[in-house]
Structure formats: structure tokens, C-alpha cells
Design a protein around this ligand. Sequence first.
Ligand code: SB7
Ligand code: NI
Length: 185
Amino acid sequence: MLTMKDIVREGHPALREVAKEVDLPLSAENKQILSDMLEFVKNSQDPEISETYDLRPGVGVAAPQLGLNKRMLAVHFENLKGELYSDGYINPKIVSHSVEQTYISTGEGCLSVDREVPGIVPRYKRITIKATTLSGEEVKLRLKGYTAVVFQHEIDHLNGIMFYDHINKDNPLAPPQNATPCDVE
Ligand code: SB7
Ligand code: NI
């Protein structure tokens, strides 16, 4: 099983590379990696398992966080409506997005960042993504609010982008124009 030892931290070059598209259908090796990633995210939220293995809870993980140059990510979370997103995604692509922005009012964190970075991270409020799931299904997902934020955080990792790249350097806590927080709606 994957543990925090497998997560690369700031300074590792994989976090700054544009990851390569993954061949489909998924090879047995890539399927194993992606299922391990999904299991890791689930384990990180299980009180007993996370305590035993000292896992930091996270809603998702992207392959570059394992030092792998592959466009794959896994998420496991419920949004504020109680809808569960729990799957692995291969070659996800944002095909359209709103002009309107949103943000998590408490900011964001990252398993690859061992420090608090305060500041508002502006994100698109609505995105449509196309991807292939762990079971090999091609999907088109319309996501908004918190759900859209999580997917943007993970897709950013596939493009070598860290959440704090989006924080306004002069005024980290200034709410961006055209944005409403997604956690109070
Ligand atoms: C806050 C945290 C995450 C997404 C959106 C807001 C994910 C944290 C775990 N990760 O570092 C995954 O890349
Ligand atoms: Ni992250």
C-alpha cells in the first residue's frame, strides 16, 4: 500500500513537469498504480488506517505526487450536497469553464507541501471535464463549486502547477473579482 513515504514534496522535479498522456486502454501496471492511488486517498480518510500508517487526510492525489510523469489522478470525497466522487481518472481535460470564479474561504493545502500557505486560491466556479475512468469508461462531467475546485487542484498537478501559484502575492487574502466562496453557498 501507498503511504506518505511515497508522496514527493516541494522541490521534487515531478511536481513541476507537464505530465505525459497515458496510453489507453490502461496497462495492467498503470491500472495497479491508479487503484493504489484511489485506495491511498480512501485510507487517508479512514480514522484507524490513517492513524496506524500516519497518513495525512486528503481528498485526492495526482500521479506526479508519487514522482510519476503520468496524467492520472484519484479523488474520494463527498461534496456539500452529499454527492460522492470516488474514482480514478486518466487524461482528464477541462473542455470548458465559467468566467465566474470561486474559492475555498480557508484556502487550500497539499500533501506535497509540508507548511501552511495562507491565501485565497481563485478557481473557475464551473468546469466541464472529459476523462477516462478507472473502469475504462469515457466520461464528461459538469462540476461546480467545491467539486470543481478539487478537480482543478488535481489537474493542476498534471501540469506542474501548485495551488500557491494562484495566490495574489501582494494581497494573499483579498477576495478575487467575480468570485464567491464555494463553502458557504
Ligand atoms: C484543498 C485540498 C485539495 C484540493 C482542493 C482543496 C487536495 C489536497 C491533497 N492533495 O495535495 C492532492 O493533490
Ligand atoms: Ni495537491
